[in-house]
Write a protein that binds this ligand. Structure first.
Ligand SMILES: Cc1ncc(COP(=O)(O)O)c(C=O)c1O
Length: 359
């Protein structure tokens, strides 16, 4: 984990950019402190529960990077009144109107980034959409801060090679910069140009005009990132510890006590050249057993076998054998758990790091 954090830090330093880590991956303050060390200190969150947790633990500069639901504006105003430097995002004139109404009702000057869409993958306005200026005008008239734009090129998760990843990073950057430029020409200061995902942050060659990068999953990395060429399997810093509870001699598979509750249902590698099932199996000390994966799951059962379906030598995995499962998607798997045991630290002491939960 420390190596992953350092690598991203060095990379962004070389591009001259600050990291606003997305802490929805770790949801833990000790890890967030490590991620923000030497950085301006702000974080990105995906729920107000995360915002509260990190604020209670001393982080004040928080970007809530899911399009704001009008029903949450009272809660946002309340947090701002209590000193949280909370920014929200939106991409629809109707949301801007709701924010303007709430600004008057709660006497709050909301701080807003307009979400820009680089790849048609999820949310956001295209950089040339007329609504961009309309939204900014609505917010401005209500005394809110149009702080700039943010974009997340989720399409980077489907890029087949380094070239297309670099291109995606450039599309992400160019969309954000073009949108911010339009806001500035319309008279809004728009100082923030926030970009990023772990794949685009890893492959970007130039991020001129961006002001911050929001990578998150790089902290642990996972099998999806390894499948994209963003990291190596050996970089994956998170696993689920499990134990062999039975043998299926009819098809040469093992049963383990980690099912989809422990691993999540994420099958993010299903569309990649190497399908890792529900996770790749390692020995207890973390050595990947290359072609052994979790082939199926029930709630608390995992079925473990070879990727090609050939039988395992069950004698090498007696009942009680401890194994680790590397996750497809670190955020989803970590989200199934209350916290982390840190293993392999220099002093070999095991430490428990809790995660915040809920919304
Ligand atoms: C808005 C936003 N920003 C940043 C990120 C971080 O990207 P990654 O998980 O690839 O590090 C995400 C992840 O989903 C996101 O939704």
């Amino acid at each position: 984990m420390t190596r992953n954090i350092e690598r991203m830090r060095t990379r962004l330093q070389s591009l001259g950019l600050a990291l606003r880590p997305h802490v929805k991956t770790c949801k833990n303050i000790d890890i967030a402190r490590q991620l923000t060390a030497g950085q301006p200190g702000g974080v990105t969150v995906s729920t107000l529960a995360e915002a509260d947790y990190f604020f209670e633990n001393g982080i004040t500069d928080i970007l809530y990077a899911v399009g704001i639901a009008p029903g949450k504006l009272a809660a946002v105003a309340d947090r701002m009144a209590r000193g949280m430097a909370l920014r929200i995002i939106l991409d629809h004139p109707q949301t801007a109107t709701a924010v303007a109404r709430a600004a008057r009702e709660f006497d709050t000057r909301f701080r807003v980034l307009v979400e820009i869409d680089a790849d048609g993958e999820r949310a956001g306005l295209r950089a040339d959409a007329p609504e961009l200026i309309e939204i900014a005008s609505i917010l401005d008239a209500a005394g809110c801060h149009v702080d700039g734009v943010m974009v997340h090129a989720g399409g980077s998760y489907h890029c087949p090679d380094a070239d297309s990843m670099q291109q995606m990073a450039e599309t992400e950057r160019a969309s954000a910069v073009a949108a911010a430029e339009r806001l500035r020409q319309a008279g809004h200061a728009a100082p923030v140009v926030s970009v990023g995902s772990t794949p685009t942050a890893t492959f970007a060659r130039d991020l001129t005009g961006a002001t911050e990068v929001r990578a998150g999953v790089h902290v642990f990395q996972d099998l999806v990132q390894a499948g994209l060429g963003v990291c190596e399997i050996d970089d994956i810093a998170i696993s689920v510890l499990t134990e062999v509870i039975g043998h299926r001699s009819e098809d040469g598979r093992l049963l383990v006590d980690a099912g989809w509750m422990a691993l999540s249902r994420d099958r993010g590698t299903a569309d990649q050249p190497i399908d890792q099932g529900y996770g790749l199996i390692c020995s207890e000390d973390g050595e990947a057993l290359d072609d052994i994966i979790v082939t199926g799951t029930n709630q608390e059962h995992g079925i473990v076998g070879r990727r090609d379906g050939s039988p395992l030598n069950l004698d090498t995995f007696p009942v009680g054998t401890r194994l680790r499962v590397l996750p497809n998607h670190a955020c989803a798997t970590a989200g199934q758990h209350d916290g982390y045991w840190i293993v392999g630290s220099p002093d070999q002491a095991r430490r428990w790091l809790p995660r915040c939960r809920g919304w």
